[in-house]
Design a protein around this ligand. Structure first.
Ligand code: ADP
Length: 230
């Protein structure tokens, strides 16, 4: 279980409070108005921001003072963060080893990740030689080889068209189910949340609220969400 225990998060003058738990293996959307603190929340869980107060636990282990690389989680940002001068396979290899030098077993892991995202014959291509959707698949494969227990997605497919975005969301849902990964996904689109998550954390009015059932939330939105949905 991921536990945010009486957390106060600061981003400049902005403050966000969070005090809730997420079950292991849950798929959770993070929804709310622009500027409400969705990215700030994920960055804090990932360890890129310090807490002003409170603690973050994963399965009882206190993560609060651990640096990002030591936390059992992976984060995927909007642009995927691929290195343009490296091939798809080399970009994925960086998920395993910062210097990219792999053992035979690790090379096999890269191959199998490429296969899992349907890019087995494109491992030698650089990002510029891949479509947007293929680049997103490489970024996902890089996360896949890391085998982290929690996956944080910050609107990773916002730049893709609707059909491709839906395809990527379904791939994410399949991957996290196969690997029993806990998923937190920021999105501004209720359809994304309804498509692959069961629960949603609403971030509004300086509070990241405890997760509630996604379908019910959108059927009967509270005022802060109703304002946002328009
Ligand atoms: P969201 O992801 O919901 O759009 P963010 O987490 O990006 O919101 O931002 C939350 C708040 O943090 C913003 O409303 C702003 O007040 C503050 N903030 C974000 N980025 C910065 C920054 N670079 N410097 C100062 N304050 C920032």
């Amino acid at each position: 279980m991921l536990k945010l225990d009486k957390c106060t998060i600061a981003n400049g003058d902005f403050l966000l409070n969070a005090d809730f738990e997420i079950e292991t293996g849950a798929r959770v959307a993070v929804i709310g108005p622009s500027g409400a603190g969705k990215s700030t929340l994920l960055e804090t869980i990932a360890g890129f921001r310090d807490l002003k107060a409170g603690q973050i636990y994963w399965n009882g282990k206190d993560l609060t003072t651990l640096p990002p690389g030591k936390r059992p989680l992976a984060m995927l940002f909007q642009d995927g963060n691929l290195f343009p001068h490296l091939t798809a396979a080399q970009n994925i290899a960086l998920g395993l080893r910062p210097n990219g030098r792999l053992s035979t077993d690790e090379m096999e892991m890269v191959r199998s990740a490429l296969q899992r995202v349907d890019l087995l014959d494109m491992g030698a291509r650089k990002p510029a030689e891949l479509s947007g959707g293929q680049q997103s698949r490489v970024a996902l494969a890089r996360i896949l080889v890391q085998r982290r227990e929690v996956l944080l997605l910050d609107e990773p497919f916002a730049a893709l068209g609707p059909a491709l975005k839906a395809e990527m969301l379904d791939l994410v849902a399949d991957l996290v189910a196969e690997t029993k990964t806990t998923l937190l996904m920021v999105s501004h689109d209720p359809q994304d949340a309804l498509r692959i998550t069961r629960q949603t954390v609403l971030v509004a009015d300086q509070i990241a609220q405890a997760p509630v059932a996604t379908a019910q939330l959108f059927e009967n939105p509270p005022p802060s969400l109703r304002d946002y949905l328009g």
